[in-house]
Design a binder for this molecule. Structure first.
Ligand SMILES: NC(=O)c1ccc[n+]([C@@H]2O[C@H](COP(=O)([O-])OP(=O)(O)OC[C@H]3O[C@@H](n4cnc5c(N)ncnc54)[C@H](OP(=O)(O)O)[C@@H]3O)[C@@H](O)[C@H]2O)c1
Length: 273
C-alpha cells in the first residue's frame, strides 16, 4: 500500500524538494504550507495541499485532520518549516525573538503533539525533524537561530527514547549549507546601525555567510536523505547531509573547543581588518 508523508513548509526549498522526491517515489504527500493558493501546484490523487502555519494550532489540527481524512493514514511527518532570525542579538525585539522560537521550536512541538494520537493508535509512525548543522555547532550572528535548533536537537533526542516503545521513530536531519530562500527572502536580518560598535563585524561576517549560502548544496540532496530516513527501517537517529555537516560535526565532536572555535573564526571572520 502507498505510504503517506505530511510535510510542513512544502512551498519552497527543502520542503518542496522533499515533496517532489516522495511523489516521484510513489508516496502520497500531504503538502502543507502557509499559502497553498500561491503555490502554483496542482493537486492529484497522490498530492494534496493543506493550509498550515506552524504558529497557528488550529491550522495544524485542521491540516492533519484533512490529510488523515483524505489519505486514511499518515506514516511519516516531516517538520521542516523554519527560518533564521539572524544578526545582532542586542538589536532584536522581543517579537523577533519569540517568533523565532514560536516557529522553529513550538511550531514543531505543536505538529508532533497533534500527530501523536494517530501514530499511537497505529503503533507506528516516523517523526522527522529538520534541525541543522547549526543544531550542534554555532557561527557568529546566528545566536537566536542556533538556540532554536539546539533546542530541537535536545528535544528530539530525548523524545526518541519515549516514543520507541510505542513503535514511533524519531529522526533528525542535520543539513549543512543548502541553497534555498533561507539566505534571502526567508531571513529575518536583525541589525541597528546606531549600535556602531557592532557594524564592522556585522558587515564582514554577513558577507561571508551570504556568500556561503549562495554556494550551498542543492535541496534535492537533503530530500534524498530525508527519504532514506523515512524508509531505511533502521534505529539511526541522526542524518547529517550537505557540506559542511558531514565533516564539521565530527570535527566538533573530536577537537578541543579552543581549536574548533579557531577554525570557525578563521573561516567566517576573514574579512575583519
Ligand atoms: N538552507 C539551509 O542552509 C538550511 C540549513 C540547515 C537547516 N535548514 C532548515 O531547513 C528548513 C527548511 O528551510 P529551507 O532552507 O528550505 O528554507 P526556505 O526555502 O526559506 O523554506 C522555508 C519553508 O518554511 C516555511 N515556513 C516558515 N515559517 C512558517 C510557518 N510559520 N508555518 C509554516 N511554514 C513556515 C516557508 O513558508 P513560506 O513559503 O510561506 O515562507 C518555507 O516553505 C528550515 O527548518 C531551516 O532552518 C536550512
Amino acid at each position: 500500500m502507498r505510504k503517506t508523508i505530511l510535510i510542513t513548509g512544502a512551498s519552497a526549498g527543502i520542503g518542496k524538494a522533499t515533496m517532489d522526491h516522495f511523489v516521484r517515489n510513489n508516496w502520497n504527500v500531504a503538502a502543507t504550507m502557509r499559502n497553498p493558493e500561491n503555490s502554483g501546484l496542482n493537486e492529484s490523487a497522490s498530492l494534496k495541499l493543506y493550509t498550515l502555519d506552524v504558529t497557528n494550532e488550529e491550522s495544524v489540527k485542521d491540516a492533519l485532520a484533512g490529510a488523515i481524512r483524505d489519505f486514511g493514514r499518515i506514516d511519516a511527518v516531516l517538520n521542516n518549516a523554519g527560518y533564521g532570525a539572524v544578526g545582532v542579538f542586542e538589536a532584536s525585539t522581543p517579537e523577533q525573538i519569540r517568533r523565532q522560537y514560536e516557529t522553529n521550536v513550538f511550531g514543531t512541538m505543536s505538529v508532533i503533539q497533534a500527530i501523536l494520537p494517530h501514530f499511537r493508535e497505529h503503533r507506528a509512525g516516523t517523526i522527522i525533524n529538520v534541525t541543522s548543522v547549526g543544531g550542534k555547532v554555532t557561527f557568529p550572528l546566528y545566536s537566536l537561530y542556533h538556540g532554536s535548533k539546539w533546542a530541537l536537537e535536545g528535544f528530539s533526542e530525548s523524545l526518541h527514547y519515549e516514543l520507541k516503545p510505542l513503535g514511533i521513530n524519531v529522526k533528525i536531519i542535520e543539513p549543512g549549507v543548502i541553497k534555498t530562500d533561507f539566505y534571502s527572502r526567508s531571513q529575518d536580518f536583525i541589525n541597528n546601525e546606531a549600535l556602531a560598535e557592532y557594524q564592522p563585524y556585522v558587515k564582514a561576517v554577513s558577507a561571508v555567510m551570504q556568500q556561503s549560502g549562495a554556494n550551498g548544496v542543492r535541496p534535492e540532496v537533503v530530500a534524498e536523505m530525508i527519504f532514506k530516513a523515512a524508509t531505511d527501517g533502521s534505529a539511526r537517529l541522526r542524518y547529517a547531509v550537505g557540506s559542511p555537516a558531514p565533516w564539521l560535526l565530527p570535527l566538533r565532536k573530536f577537537l578541543p573547543e579552543k581549536w574548533f572555535f579557531a577554525i570557525v573564526r578563521a573561516s567566517v571572520e576573514k574579512g575583519l581588518k
